[in-house]
Design a protein around this ligand. Structure first.
Ligand code: TXA
Ligand code: MG
Length: 345
């Protein structure tokens, strides 16, 4: 049997399979099977009211899972799927509560990784039922609150015991989780950014001419939460976090901060971006992990860097803050959350 056939057989039997996507590895289960979906929550240690993203093999499966799909959703699907964009839509009747956390919306995405698409196509082809079928619910394949996995090895280390199969598709080329856009409030309401990612509001505006509402400010996430506020676990301040305490420091203050921290801590590690003109020659320096200079490169390398730094059991990680321009927004978001949740266990 091929790996794909094995994966599909396991998924049909209600088991968990870790799959590579272009963003991060996902922990997949049959989204139409509440027992299978409950295994995801158990494996991750994730609160049951946090909704999951349903992954589909193509936009032609969308109407099984969502209703009142606004024209903008089809435009975004055309422009960005398969790819790192999740759309929140009104859920179709029959979508299990286990997937949506009991909300009347559902998150949908069509991933671009060839292996994920192969599994999704084969899984959907094995499906003969009507209605919401042929989808895989897949959160990032990490324990709740911890770093997202961007290699099969990360999944093995964090969740190895809990998954029946890990499909190794190599390192994830995007490296941070998909952009999430809420389109569930009807055609009149502007689309709302729930999680920044590789697909930026500027890219969406240039593809559709429509402006996306910015996300809630992190500090207001809890204070302003109301019954109608969607539950995005990525909106918890502490998320995507290493075990080692981590602090963000502006580039120009990092050398001084390192010197100071080394005076008070036994082992301090630094996470920095290479200067644009550097050749990376000092990239082996024992206490410094060098990231690429550009935003796409940093996104691709970030979680692996944090996994590696975390494995060194240091007392403190000092991470260089990133610029404030639009292309860095998603990375700044993940770094801030990582620093906020770091060192908690
Ligand atoms: O790139 C990604 O999106 C990866 C890969 C595996 O596809 N998946 C991922 O899943 O990051 P997860 O569960 O770690 O994060 C999904 C986020 C959560 O913050 C969840 O709360 C939010 O999507 N979400 C899912 N359904 C939602 C809904 N109906 N309304 C609001 N937020 C939703
Ligand atoms: Mg996650």
């Amino acid at each position: 049997m091929s790996d794909i056939d094995t994966a599909v057989a396991l998924l049909r039997a209600g088991q968990l399979v870790a799959i590579p996507t272009e963003t991060v590895y996902g922990l997949a289960a049959d989204a139409a099977n509440p027992v299978a979906v409950s295994r995801i929550f158990r494996a991750k240690g994730r609160p049951a009211d946090h909704p999951l993203i349903v992954h589909l093999p193509g936009a032609d499966w969308l109407e099984r899972w969502a209703i009142n799909i606004p024209p903008l959703a089809w435009e975004l699907a055309e422009a960005f799927w398969p790819g790192p964009l999740t759309l929140i839509l009104q859920r179709a009747p029959g979508v299990p509560d286990a997937v949506t956390g009991g909300q009347d919306t559902v998150g949908i995405r069509i991933p671009a990784h060839p292996l994920a698409l192969e599994v999704l196509r084969a899984f959907a082809a094995s499906e003969h039922g009507v209605g919401p079928r042929g989808g895989l619910a897949a959160p990032s394949a990490n324990r709740f609150g911890r770093l997202s996995p961007t290699t099969a090895e990360h999944v093995r280390t964090d969740l190895g015991d809990a998954v029946s199969l890990i499909l190794d598709g190599g390192p994830c080329p995007v490296g941070i989780e998909s952009t999430i856009i809420d389109l569930s409030r009807g055609s009149e309401a502007p689309p709302r950014l729930l999680r920044p990612g590789r697909v930026t509001p500027a890219m969406i505006a240039s593809a559709t001419g429509i402006d996306v509402e910015p996300p809630f400010l992190p500090s207001s996430t809890h204070a302003n939460a109301t019954a109608s506020t969607p539950r995005v676990s990525g909106s918890l301040d502490a998320h995507y976090a290493p075990r080692t305490p981590m602090r963000l420091v502006a580039r120009e203050n990092l050398d001084a901060a390192l010197t100071e921290a080394q005076g008070t801590h036994s082992r301090v590690l630094a996470l920095r971006r290479l200067p644009c003109d550097a050749k990376g020659s000092d990239a082996t320096s024992a206490s410094t992990f060098w990231l690429p200079a550009d935003a796409e490169g940093v996104a691709r390398a970030l979680y692996d860097a944090l996994h590696q730094l975390d494995a060194q059991n240091a007392e403190l990680i000092l991470a260089e803050a990133v610029p404030e321009s639009a292309e860095w927004v998603a990375i700044a978001d993940r770094l801030r959350r990582a620093a906020c949740g770091a060192g908690r266990s």
